[in-house]
Design a protein around this ligand. Sequence first.
Ligand code: PNS
Length: 166
Amino acid sequence: MIAIYPGSFDPITFGHLDIIERGVQLFDRVIVAVLRNPNKNPLFSVQQRLEQIRHAVVHLPSVEVDSFDGLTVNYAQMRQAQVLLRGLRAVSDFEVELQMAHTNKTLSTQIETVFLATSNEYSFLSSSVVKEIARFGGSIEHLVPSHVAQELQQCYANKYPVSNQK
Ligand code: PNS
């Protein structure tokens, strides 16, 4: 069975990686799919995010990394996937995720959404939290793979040089 793990991944965190690593135990193939979203203003380009994710999943041969635009269910059908995989961190996620799963079900009855509860240690973690910490020079090595941490630090060093911080 093929599962799509769709998301923004701006950038990938250990929370995402936790879902991917557990997803590969359940499905024959997991396709991590980065949404090309013109409405969002991401920190990293789609190309950068694809590279960051590919580097992070290099030890997982059944994982493919791709990008898509449009509806996730259409992409899933095109890739002959049966499942959309999503992580749930907290009750606050549940409301949004349930609405998304119901919406997707109305668009395609063939595709099931499967939720994995994020491991406890990552239940607070989001890409936004990581970016906020990195922006103010905090430690992020325990939150994202080291190559992503380096890119974040470089990115914010260029955007907010120390001399400009008040
Ligand atoms: O990482 P994110 O930003 O929480 O991921 C959200 C994502 C990409 C899964 C969701 O926005 C999505 O599926 N967008 C594609 C458009 C779509 O299919 N919309 C209908 C379902 S709400």
